[in-house]
Each structure stands twice: as C-alpha cells, then as structure tokens.
Design a protein around this ligand. Structure first.
Ligand code: WT7
Length: 638
C-alpha cells in the first residue's frame, strides 16, 4: 500500500532551493558531497571519528563487529553511559550555567532548567529509583504527558542502567498493559493527568486500569501535574514530590558504567502483525548516531534555541528531544499542549517569545496550522528562525512551500528528515548546505548508503518506484525486537539476506539527480497524523468486540492527517448494523488502542475481497473507497 497526501504525487520538476550564502558560510558542514564521499571510503573510521567527540569510560577495541549478522555490535568493548554524555560532562564546563530546558505548560506556566539543575534533579530521581530496588537491566515503563519530569525520568533510568519503555500518553489502558507485560516492568512512572486543549487527560486512571491487568507492577510513581483528585493505592502508589523530598534523594549519583551494547530503551512500534514490536536501542551507538545527525542537520550552535515539537513518547522525542540535544549541549523548548490552544497562534507566539531558531515538526502539524491561514503567524515576529525541519511522513509540496514562505520567510531551509523508530536517527536528510526540492528528503546522511531496488534486489532506474533499503550497518540501528530476535531477522533482514540489506518497509523512487522521494509504506502500516499504526492492530481491536466477526482496515488519504483509517466490518450472525453500534465500535477501539487508532469511517459489509489463500485484498478496498478502478482481480475469491 502506498499513500501520499497529494493525490497526484509527482516531483515538482525543476523546483530547486539552493542554500543561501549566509547559510553556506555558517554551516558546520559546508560540503555535503565531499563529506559523504569521504565517509564511505572508510565508514568505520568515519564512525570512530564521530564517537571520539563523546566521553567514554573505556575505549572500544573494534568499531563494529560483523560476525553475527544482522546482530551487529558497535564500539565493542567500550564502556559509557548516555546520561553521562547528556549531563555529567556538561556540568564540568561552562555549560553548567547554560539553559538546557525551557518549558511552557499548556495553561501558560513556565519553568527553566539549567544543565546544573537538570543534572541534580535527574540524580535525585535516579537515587529514588535505586532505593525502590530498580537495578541495571530492569525495565521501567513511563506513561506521562510532555513535561520536564518525563525527560528526567528517562535520563534517570539511563543513569542507573535501567531500560525505559516510554508509552505515548495517547495509548489506552489495553495498549499500555500489553506493553507493560511485554517488557515485564515492575515500576511505572506516570502523572495524575496531562493538559490537552484545556482538558485533563486522566493518565493515572488509565494506569490504574492497566495495572489491574498487569499484576507484575509493584510500584507506581506519580508526578502531580494537573492536581485533580486521583486514586492513590497505599503501598503501591507514591507521589514523586514525596519521594524527591526524602533524604535518599541525594543530588549526587554516579552514572553506571555501561557496556556500549547494553540496552538503553525499548520503544514499541507498529508492524504488520497485531502485536507491537519492542524496538531495542543501546547506549553506545545510539548516542553517537543521534548526536552526530542532530548537530550536522540542524547545525546546532550554542546560541541556538531549538524546538522539536514532537512528543518524547515517540522515537523523534527520544532521539531529538531527550538525548541528542542534551548530548550536544543545546538549549531547547518543551511545550506541553496543543498547537492551536487557546488560539491557532500558540506555536508562533512561543517561537517569538522564546526566540526559537530551529523548529522541527511534522507535516500533519504544518497542514493543520496552514488551514487557519497566514494571519495567525503573520501577527508574530518569527525572525529568530533560521532552520526548519519536518518528519513523520512525506511532506506534500504545498505544505512545504507554506512552511518555507509563511513561517521561514524564504530564509530558512527545511530539513525533511526521513528515518524510523528502527533507525534511531536521521537516515535520508538534507544538510543545510544541500539544495532542496520540496517533498524530497534529498540524500543519505554521511556514512549511510541507501538504494531503491525491486523485489529481487535489482536497482530501480531513476523515476521507478521500488523498495527502499539501507546497505550496511550504522551505529544508531535497532539491535533487536525485545524478546523476539527471530522477528527482527524475518521482518528486516530476510528479504535481502544474501545482500545483507535492511528492508525499511517504505517505497521510494530516485530522480535523475539522485534525490530520494519517499512515497510511503508498502506494508500494512498506516501513517495517521504521522503516527504509525498497523492495519492488523486495528483489525484485531475490532474483532475483539463481541458483535464483530471479521474486519479489514485501510488507510485513505486525508488533507490534514496524511491518512485516515477506514474500517470494513462483518457482523456476527444476529447483529444488526446501526449508528449506535458504529459509535460503540469506535469507543471500543479508543479503549483497545487509543484515540489515534479510531477509524474515521466504519462500513458494515457482508463480504470482504480476499485472495484464494484468504488474504484480505486491501488494495481492492482502497480502490473502492476512493472510487478508483479496482485493477487486476484475477486472484480475487468473492
Ligand atoms: C515511517 C517511520 C522517524 C520519526 C517519526 C516516525 C515515514 C518518516 C519521513 C519523511 C517520508 C517519512 C516512513 C517511515 N516517514 N519520516 N521525512 N518522509 N516518510 O517514525 O513511527 O517509526 O515511522 O515514517 O514511512 O518508514 P516511525
């Protein structure tokens, strides 16, 4: 399945945006072609050189161990800790006094953290976790809103060698329980609630439900954010502020010496089956990869104010809010709430007030804000901006141009970064010195080789769609699927086993200039508002409802959200289609997976188009939904 927000997707031929002389002058990397070429002549030397910019307790003996493909090991033998590189090393320098975080809550409350303050708070919380029996290698589930304590919780886990599993606050109790079970977390960190569009999302209530289903949980730590009445269970639930006031919460805590390959976190993402995959990343390679990509692509300087508007609960937030910006010593903005609350100028107001110079967001947010018109951004001074970024799905040229003209005032290049939960960091992306074409993520990052190939591995000629693959390992790559190494191999490394290439699951094409145009997923994954959902997840969610016999879900293009979900449902004998049942099914999905997975349309049907082997032909459903020709139906068993 390939979907693109622009119905007639074709590259805007000849539309080039070369870098400005100013940008070329100031950019950290001025000559992409040369750096790229050099990086590939000795890729291990290249990654060794980048790693040397960080602190290691003990050096590596080998840059990458290729003896057990695809289970590559990076910086073999080295000892390190990503939290040490993000915090401890800065407080030994002048950066101790630099602002690390500038936080604004949706209600308008403000907080700032210097590197020194953040370091102390993280140390205190790390000591709290230790006192609760959390040890190196233990998994801790984090389910919170976008507040500083979320970032501190992740860093505190890393500091003591615990493995965090952050579950996005938009997931339901069911999805949360599944992820707690899979990771076998005995500790959950949450907050009472989160502010969203002036309402409270009652996170602690959801945790209570999830913990009822996952008896493995022994302790729940609760940050007070919204202050509404919640249930606190004696002997299980603890207020964060109470724990942080105990003598045990000392502001001194050594970062545990981790092996470079020790796990840092698990992050669940959707794939082709109903069961989410726990993507595992490690301390050593991930810290090198995320910090190098961030500083080169967003050209971060000490005087920048960087704002990645994603949620820390997704990979974008893990890599480019929590870890990389702190490793490179940046000052960053964190905003809790919705972009259009209370008015559609909220983001532009933040840019002006905090003098944001680098803004990194997603096409769906750009399209959403674009809908409100130019007057909202035009009321604000956006002259502090110098670089923009986009991630999550292909950006349609119309949204690109609006972002470029109305927000960036034709001064700010847009870094359209293509990557995945599994890749850890940017893979195909411009650097500020690369000429841009709206809608193309341009060229691979130095050290990365990608290609567009057919099912057999033959290179597709320019202009032809094929499978996007990555040739060869990179430090930020996922190490495995937690608890399921076989699935890791079969999912990503089996189709091109002989060649040893990584299968991304995306389709793409190259143009005559070697620019990559990512078209979309070509597996059963749908991008809804940039969020990744599996059709199988939505289908099994629907089928778990007592009235449903069978279900099929597809992605259909949507102007703002990129794609939305349409679901086709066959009811069990004796069940009647009705508006009430439709609402009940939507409510059911809200509880099974979360609000992001709720289909925008549910159609009751009596048959589904299937192949003779019983596979649902989603292609046919899509064609029907869009009123397009249904194509080759020779394999259809009606
Ligand atoms: C999928 C990965 C990586 C952080 C957020 C998403 C799509 C991501 C782009 C882009 C075109 C993109 C791909 C990819 N995608 N960025 N710049 N242009 N498509 O991470 O949830 O793991 O999703 O997002 O389809 O496979 P994710």
């Amino acid at each position: 399945m390939t979907t693109h927000p622009d119905d007639s997707f074709s590259p805007p031929v000849g539309e080039w945006y070369p870098p400005s002389p100013d940008m070329l002058n100031s950019a950290l990397i001025k000559n992409y072609e040369q750096v790229y070429h050099e990086s590939l002549t000795d890729v291990e030397a290249f990654w060794a050189k980048q790693a040397e910019k960080l602190d290691w307790f003990e050096p590596w003996t080998q840059v990458v161990d290729r003896s057990n493909v695809p289970f590559y090991r990076w910086y073999v033998g080295a000892k390190t800790n990503i939290a040490y590189n993000a915090l401890d090393r800065h407080v030994k320098t002048w950066r101790k006094n630099k602002l690390a975080l500038i936080f604004e809550g949706e209600p308008g409350d403000k907080q700032t953290y210097s590197y020194h303050k953040l370091y102390r708070e993280v140390n205190k919380f790390a000591n709290v976790l230790k006192s609760m029996g959390v040890k190196k290698g233990d998994r801790v589930t984090v389910y919170m809103g976008r507040i500083p304590e979320l970032i501190m919780a992740m860093l505190a886990c890393a500091k003591i060698g615990a493995v965090h599993s952050v579950v996005y606050g938009g997931f339901s109790e069911h999805a949360l329980a599944d992820r707690i079970e899979d990771a076998q977390s005995r500790v959950v960190i949450t907050c009472d609630g989160a502010w969203l569009r002036g309402n409270i999302v009652k996170l602690k209530d959801i945790v209570d439900e999830a913990v009822r289903r996952s008896p493995i949980v022994e302790s729940v730590i609760v940050v007070k954010r919204t202050g509404h009445e919640i249930n606190m269970e004696q002997g299980r639930d603890y207020w964060y502020h109470d724990l942080m006031a105990l003598p045990i919460a000392s502001p001194i805590c050594e970062s545990v010496q981790m092996d470079a390959e020790d796990p840092l976190f698990i992050l669940y993402t959707s794939g082709t089956t109903g069961k989410p995959k726990g993507i595992l990343h490690t301390h050593g390679g991930y810290q090198v990869y995320t910090s190098t990509t961030l500083s080169w692509v967003f050209d971060l300087k000490d005087e920048d104010r960087y704002w990645c508007a994603a949620d820390p609960g997704w990979i974008t937030g893990h890599s480019y809010i929590v870890y990389a910006p702190l490793i490179v010593g940046a000052t960053e903005i964190v905003y809790e709430g919705a972009p259009n609350y209370p008015y559609p100028n909220r983001w532009w107001k933040l840019v002006e007030e905090y003098s944001v110079s680098v803004l990194y967001t997603a096409p769906t947010a750009i399209r959403g804000l674009m809908r409100f018109g130019d007057a909202w951004p035009n009321r604000h001074d956006l002259s502090s901006l110098r670089l923009l970024g986009s991630v999550g799905e292909p950006i349609n040229p119309e949204a690109w141009r609006w972002f470029y003209k109305v927000i960036g005032k034709e001064r700010c290049p847009i870094m359209d970064t293509w990557w995945q939960t599994e890749t850890g960091g940017f893979m195909i992306t411009p650097l500020p010195s690369v000429p841009l074409k709206p809608g193309s993520a341009t060229r691979p990052f130095p050290g990365i080789e990608v290609d567009v190939v057919d099912d057999k591995g033959e290179v597709c000629p320019p202009g032809t769609d094929g499978n996007l693959v990555v040739k060869g390992p990179w430090p930020g790559m996922a190490r495995t699927i937690y608890g399921d190494p076989d699935r890791f191999v079969s999912q990503y490394w089996s189709q091109y086993k002989e060649q040893g290439w990584y299968l991304t699951g995306d389709s793409a094409r190259r143009d005559e200039d070697g620019y990559v145009w990512v078209i979309g997923r070509n597996d059963d994954v749908i991008k809804v508002s940039g969020y990744r959902l599996g059709t199988a997840e939505v289908e099994s969610g629907l089928v778990s409802h007592a009235s449903v016999a069978e279900a099929a879900a597809i992605g259909v293009p949507d102007e703002v959200r990129g794609n939305v979900i349409y679901a086709y449902v066959i009811l069990r004998a004796g069940q009647q289609p009705s508006e009430d049942l439709r609402d009940a099914l939507k409510e059911h999905i809200r509880h099974e997976i979360g609000p992001i997975a709720v289909p925008s349309k549910i159609e009751f049907v009596t048959t589904l188009p299937k192949t003779r082997s019983g596979k649902i032909m989603r292609r046919v459903l899509r064609a029907r939904a869009l009123g397009q020709p249904e194509g080759d139906l020779s394999t259809l068993e009606e």
